[in-house]
Design a protein around this ligand. Structure first.
Ligand SMILES: [Zn+2]
Length: 444
């Protein structure tokens, strides 16, 4: 076959699949409504009554499993934690092609009070479908199903396997029972597309190859309690100094200033070509200081700061932890009290950065697919993949050497918001992007 003939053949296949996507789009919307109706709230979210949402993720994945079997996929449940089953769908290739995974998390955040009383009863207003988990990210499941349905309908056999990884626990970064458990169970792929929204309504389908890492941590500074009126004796010449009392707020602000200094250094020392200068920050979010109860007539004997920091791809969470501790320890060494009473660190949670080479074959194929699809939506083509403002499971595929890109239907600005919605027209558009990526990557 000549190159021209094969290009014409590919265009014909795409046309057939596009027609099937159009034909079955209303069924994908029904799947989305049915998935929203299953409360698959992540039971470990802060402020959530864990017991009342037990098993919800599994029930949503069982429902999705029925739909995937209906389009010829074999399905497997991966249950690393009881009652929280991941679903894997596999569409077998004819052999010899590269496999492609579509990853979407089935868990949602907790419901919030919004304009509709029932967050699990999807409401259509114009072309917007409101409901908990519509944007984040059940529309992606509907789009992935629609892509598989259309390939099936059009009788397209790809050389590589196609996987759907519908995972639990993403909202609390519980990847060990979600995405990582699926990979551990033997469902590795050669590349993965995560159809999670990365952008907003006027900036659709921003294909993302990278995201900053982050770390949630706290530090506690100890003081020594005494009567407030002894402050002059504790801090002025002629008094007893630290032997009288040590105010943890004073010492805390010493450490706060040292952290600000490190953040200023980061504006120069932490760089990445895809991020603007100064993008990486050390954000103080909570400050708490007292003697165990709120009372001003005492020297507070503890001050705790909660921080969230972000750091560039190419550095590890472990390196960042060591750097912050070394900087604060060096600063503390200049203060006799802090030198003798070390700052206590608690490293709570980290999300590693994401990075897939933007000039790789996979990124090139996915970018072409994305640009082809958005022209119909009057969105601008992209020259290159972009950074993602949010974290995703991409990091955990990349940890296994699997290239991962993020781009999907929805609006990042309404994810985790009271009136979450998705523009239903984006579901077939995402299905077209998935199909084009699959045809380009996994071959016919
Ligand atoms: Zn999400």
């Amino acid at each position: 076959m000549s190159a021209q003939e094969s290009a014409r053949g590919a265009a014909r296949v795409q046309e057939k699949v596009d027609a099937a996507i159009l034909k079955h789009a209303h069924e994908a919307e029904r799947l989305l409504v049915e998935l929203v109706a299953v409360p698959s709230v992540n039971p470990l979210q802060p402020g959530v009554d864990t017991a009342s949402y037990a098993g919800g993720e599994s029930r949503a994945n069982e429902l999705l499993g029925d739909w995937l079997r209906g389009v010829g996929m074999e399905t497997h449940l991966v249950e690393a934690e009881e009652g929280r089953a991941n679903l894997v769908g596999v569409r077998r290739g004819t052999g010899g092609g590269r496999s492609l995974g579509i990853n979407a998390h089935i868990d949602t955040v907790a419901p919030q009070q919004g304009r509709f009383s029932d967050p699990w009863k999807a409401q259509r207003v114009g072309n917007l479908l409101y409901g908990l988990g519509t944007t984040d990210m059940k529309a992606a499941h509907a789009a992935a199903w629609l892509a598989m349905k259309a390939l099936d309908d059009a009788g397209v056999d790809l050389a590589g396997d196609l996987h759907i990884h519908s995972v639990v626990g993403e909202e609390t970064m519980s990847h060990g029972i979600g995405t990582t458990a699926v990979l551990d169970a033997g469902f590795g792929v050669d590349a993965v597309l995560i159809p999670e929204p990365t952008s907003s309504d006027d900036d659709l389908f921003r294909l993302a190859n990278t995201a900053a890492g982050n770390y949630l941590f706290s530090l506690t500074v100890r003081g020594k309690s005494t009567h407030w009126a002894s402050r002059n004796l504790a801090i002025r010449a002629g008094g007893g100094g630290d032997a009288v009392g040590v105010n943890a707020i004073d010492k805390g602000f010493y450490i706060y200033t040292a952290m600000r200094q490190l953040e200023e250094q980061w504006a120069f020392s932490k760089r990445h070509p895809q991020f603007p200068p100064g993008a990486f920050i050390i954000h103080p979010g909570v400050l708490h200081a007292d003697i165990g109860f709120a009372a001003a007539p005492y020297f507070p004997d503890r001050a705790r700061f909660d921080y969230l920091l972000s750091f560039p791809p190419g550095e590890t969470s472990e390196q960042i932890r060591r750097e912050v501790e070394a900087h604060i320890t060096a600063a503390a060494a200049l203060d006799p009290w802090l030198a003798a009473h070390p700052v206590e660190f608690e490293w709570i949670d980290t999300w590693p950065p994401a990075y897939t080479d933007p000039s790789s074959d996979f990124a090139r194929i996915a970018l072409a697919a994305r640009n082809d699809v958005v022209t119909a939506l009057a969105a601008a083509p992209l020259d290159a993949p972009q950074p993602n403002g949010a974290q995703s499971d991409a990091s955990f595929y990349e940890a296994r050497g699997i290239p991962a890109l993020v781009c999907g239907p929805g609006n990042l600005l309404v994810a985790h918001a009271a009136d979450e919605y998705v523009n239903v027209d984006l579901v077939p558009a995402a299905a077209r992007m998935i199909v084009r990526t699959a045809l380009g990557w996994s071959g016919e």
